[in-house]
Structures are given as C-alpha cells and as structure tokens.
Design a protein around this ligand. Structure first.
Ligand code: GDP
Ligand code: ZN
Length: 308
C-alpha cells in the first residue's frame, strides 16, 4: 500500500495512505538510501510502501521508500558531518521574513535563496507584519521587493491581523507542497492557525498520539490545506544547510550571476578581483545589486572558513 509521510521523528512516523487513512508507522532494520548516511532515513514528504504490522492496532511497517524528486537537508546538531533530511518532494519553499519585531536580515534571506537554488526548489518570500511597518520599513520593503522581483523571486507583503496579502499567499500555496521556514517569531504559526482553524485541531490530534515526553515542536510536520495543497512546518529549524556547496559552485545559485559567469575571462573565476570578471563588471555597472554581491561575498567567506 502506498502512503505519504506526514511526520517523522526518526523512530516513528505518521503516514497517510492513498485512501486517506492516517496510520502510525515504523521501519524495520537499517535503510540506506542513495548512499546517503542520514540520521533519519525517512523524511516528511516521502512516498513510501507500507505493510500492515498489527491488525487492529493501526500500525504499519514501512518497507520501501520511493525515489525522491528532491529534498532539503540540514546539518545534524550533534554530528556536524551528518546530514539530516528535513523534507522531500517539495514543490516550493516559502520564507517568512519580517522587517520589524524581529528584523530578518538580507543575508539570512539570501542564504535561504541559495539553499533553495542548490536543491532546485522554487522559493517565495513573504514579508509579514506589514501593519507594524513605519515609513522606514515601508521603504525598505519597496527596495527589497524591487530587487527580488528583478532577480525573479515572488514576494508578498502580508499582515495577518489586517488580512492583507493573505489571499495572495493562499493562492500561492494552493495544490502545492510547500516548505515553510523563517526565524521564530515571524508569524508562521499565527498564519497557519488563523487561516486554517481546522488544522490546529489536527495538530493536537497527532501530537496527542505521540505520548509523553515528546518534544513534538522540533520535528517537521506536514498538514493538508483545506483548499488543496500541503504545507510543511519546520518548528525550531532556523536555517537549512549550505553544507554541500563549494566556493566554485556558489555563484551558480545567484541567478543574476549564474547567467553571466560564462562571460568571465577565467572559468574558475570566483568574482572577487580576477581580471575580466563579468560579474564584477555587472556590479560596477549597477546591473547586479551590490547588496546581493555582498551576500555572495559573505557566504563565500563562510565556505572558506569551513574548509580549514
Ligand atoms: P512563529 O514563531 O513564526 O510561528 O511566530 P508566531 O506565529 O508565534 O508569531 C509571533 C508573534 O507575532 C505573535 O505574538 C503573533 O501574534 C505576532 N504576529 C504574527 N503575525 C503578525 C502580523 O502580521 N502582524 C503583527 N503585528 N503581529 C503578528
Ligand atoms: Zn567572474
């Protein structure tokens, strides 16, 4: 029987069968997938094959994982070299950002975008808490919006209490599997709970089953949207890993740079101070935003540090 993984804690899972039955699931033995050593072999979003384990108890055994279209990982908090697959089979990833209370930095937004590009997952940015924006933040938003739209990213200005932008975000989520991310405090839960009250009940149902001592908030979880589509919430996960990106690759994940790197004089150009660099020229000519180049430079530096 085919099923979709809605929740994964690393030792037990919640799956939903094609017939819509929600079941608790376990795995038998060790799963090795694609040669990846992962601390959690099965992730939210995985399509799996399940077999009935105990008739009547509603538990099933996962016997097979179907090939993943894509996945997103982060570094395991305890073993830096191990990756942890956060979610798979995503249609898009939505970042919640705010320009006040708290302020999301542009560097953080750009790292998120680079990660999505590296995993070939389309990215969207919602600027939430618009009702708190004064003239300064309003202007900042306009600058960021123009910049990101120019590069090709969709942005939405939203205020949950005012209902502004909410319909637009719902339209973007409809019939897609969307990973939600962003700092804590940016309004992810408020958005989910206020827009989909039924969802809140479902959350409580599922975590009620998990038993005592379970920190349900640290695991990714998928929810069905009442109007079609699914969202994956990743509470407590600030950032996904730029783990596998090399210095040489990085500019490929800035779309406005990627389309110019073939014009650089050297094919191993890092776009710092090499002669004949088409990327630097585009920055000087005001075609590539300086702010984006600055993010590129900061990420490049962080990759260098890791290689020591
Ligand atoms: P999460 O950690 O991303 O899930 O953030 P929460 O949903 O817990 O929201 C953090 C705080 O921001 C709460 O006090 C919310 O009431 C508040 N909040 C969420 N969305 C908005 C918004 O659009 N405008 C304002 N002013 N406050 C908001
Ligand atoms: Zn270059």
């Amino acid at each position: 029987m085919k099923a979709l993984v809605y929740k994964s804690t690393g030792s037990w899972y919640v799956v939903k069968t094609e017939a819509g039955q929600v079941l608790n699931a376990r795995i038998k033995g060790v799963f090795k997938i694609d040669g990846i050593t992962s601390t959690n072999p099965i992730a939210v979003g995985d399509e799996v094959e399940v077999e009935t384990e105990n008739e009547g108890e509603g538990t099933v055994m996962i016997t097979e994982i179907l090939p993943r279209r894509n996945y997103i990982t982060r570094q395991s908090p305890s073993h830096k070299k191990q990756h942890h697959i956060v979610a798979s089979n995503l249609d898009q990833s939505l970042l919640f950002a705010t320009l006040r209370d708290p302020k999301t930095s542009q560097g953080f937004i750009d790292r998120f975008l680079v990660t999505c590009e590296a995993y070939h997952i389309p990215a969207l940015i919602v600027f939430n808490k618009a009702d708190l924006y004064k003239k300064k933040e309003q202007e900042q938003y306009e600058v960021l919006q123009a910049m990101y739209n120019d590069i090709g990213y969709t942005t939405v200005l939203m205020s949950v209490p005012k209902g502004e932008g909410v319909e637009e975000v719902k339209d973007l989520l409809k019939d897609k599997i969307t990973l939600m991310s962003g700092h804590s405090g940016v309004g992810k839960s408020t958005f989910i709970n206020s827009i989909f009250p039924e969802l809140k009940l479902k959350t409580q149902d599922v975590s009620g089953w998990s038993g005592k001592g379970m920190h349900t908030t640290t695991f990714a979880e998928m929810f069905d949207l009442p109007f079609g589509g699914k969202i994956i919430d990743t509470p407590g996960m600030r950032e996904f890993g730029l783990v596998d990106i090399s210095k040489q690759e990085l500019s490929h994940y800035f779309p406005e740079m990627a389309k110019r790197i073939n014009d650089c004089q050297f094919n191993n150009c890092l776009h710092i101070n090499e002669p004949g660099c088409a990327v630097k020229k585009a920055v000087e000519d005001g075609i590539i935003y300086e702010e984006r180049f600055f993010s590129y430079y900061k990420i490049l530096e962080s990759i260098e540090e890791k290689e020591y």
